[in-house]
Ligand binder design. Structure first.
Ligand SMILES: [Zn+2]
Length: 167
């Protein structure tokens, strides 16, 4: 993947392909700007209740509208990764969660908006009331043996750590 800038975002000159370190990248012949095309970082929190059921949200919008994911979202440029995870979970489920540690870090290659890197924390409910909000159509605790259809391969991978492969 060589990137998607046609014109240099710094000086406006047409970008051209250049090989660098064995990879083809888009570079600006005018000012030397190189477009390093990296995955977008995202964060989420895996929350399980006292019965071991997993908190999932149903996607209100595309991509994968109607499928379920662990609450997660994109990290804002000046936002601490933990804050992103806590904020997204509260926006989507109404629950206030405390972080216990990192559960898993996965690359995601099947999001049509672009590749992402997901930092998935593990956490516990501290407060709030369960209700779907923001871009979630529903928010439900599911038992690991009875999960709904899951969006994104990386989310299936994370959940399979709990279910032993059955997602
Ligand atoms: Zn330039």
């Amino acid at each position: 993947m060589s990137g998607n800038f046609k014109f240099c975002p710094l000086c406006g000159v047409g970008m051209s392909e250049r090989e660098e370190g064995g990879l083809s990248r888009m570079a600006c012949p005018g000012c030397g700007f190189i477009h390093y095309h990296n995955p977008a970082p995202a964060a989420g929190i895996l929350v399980r209740d006292e019965e071991g059921r997993i908190l999932l949200v149903k996607r209100r919008f595309d991509p994968y509208r109607g499928l379920w994911t662990i609450p997660s979202g994109y990290i804002e440029y000046d936002e601490d990764v933990r804050l992103t995870a806590v904020r997204e979970l509260e926006e989507e489920t109404g629950l206030v969660v405390g972080i216990d540690g990192i559960y898993s870090v996965e690359s995601c290659f099947d999001d049509p908006r672009g590749n992402t890197l997901v930092v998935m924390y593990e956490g516990h409910v501290k407060g709030g009331r369960l209700r779907a909000g923001d871009d979630a159509e529903d928010a439900v605790f599911f038992s690991p043996g009875d999960l709904p259809p899951i969006a994104f391969d990386c989310q299936k991978k994370i959940l399979s750590l709990i279910t032993g492969g059955k997602v």
